[in-house]
Design a protein around this ligand. Structure first.
Ligand code: PCA
Length: 194
């Protein structure tokens, strides 16, 4: 069986929960041809990406999907691209707040996801859950993880992608999505990997 590492984040900012980890926790241990390995990440620049690489290499992951909260979005958004930039409007959970900092000095400006993001967004939409491809993962910790992973696994067989999810209903925001829908969208995304 192939191995898929899926990560979610701890809460950050003013939030008490992070829908990314809540949804990842709801996933079964097997989805299509993949055994599912779950990892909780700190919302900390550098450290989150380092932990993903350590775990992925330990289990010899074939696919890595990181999931994060994008509050204010109203759809499941597979990210097309990670950019070589850190710029934080708020502190991360260790008190870091980089401003216009390069992630990898001398690295490419951007790397594209190696997941079939359009197909995944189409499949999620067809199931009745709103989804669209996103062209920016921001410049906070989620983009830091996506860019670092894409750079690290470039020219390897390991597929890497990132999916941002809306607030979940439990967070009491105007724009939100039920956790069951978020978890189901992640299952569909995994089923959509070529
Ligand atoms: N979302 C943040 C970091 C952790 C998370 O869940 C982001 O979009 O960068």
């Amino acid at each position: 069986m192939k191995k898929l590492l899926i990560t979610g984040f701890e809460p950050f900012g003013a939030e008490k929960i992070n829908p990314s980890w809540e949804a990842v926790c709801r996933l079964p241990d097997k989805i299509s041809e993949y055994s599912i390995h779950k990892l909780l990440l700190p919302v900390v620049f550098r450290e989150a990406a380092r932990m993903v690489i350590e775990e992925a290499d330990k289990i010899s992951a074939d696919v890595i999907i990181s999931v994060g909260q994008a509050g204010g979005r109203n759809a499941i958004t597979p990210e097309l691209v990670g950019i070589n930039l850190r710029n934080a409007k708020i502190l991360d959970n260790c008190g870091n707040q980089p401003k216009d900092e390069t992630i990898i000095v001398g690295g490419a400006d951007a790397h594209f996801s190696t997941l079939p993001v359009r197909k995944i967004a189409d499949m999620i939409n067809e199931s009745g859950i709103p989804s669209q491809v996103s062209y920016s993962a921001g410049t906070f910790v989620c983009n830091d993880v996506l860019y670092t992973l894409l750079a690290h696994y470039k020219n390897t067989e390991v597929l890497v992608g990132f999916i941002h999810v809306p607030f979940c209903s439990e967070q009491g925001k105007e724009l939100s999505m039920p956790l069951d829908d978020i978890a189901n969208a992640l299952i569909i995304a995994i089923e959509g990997i070529d």
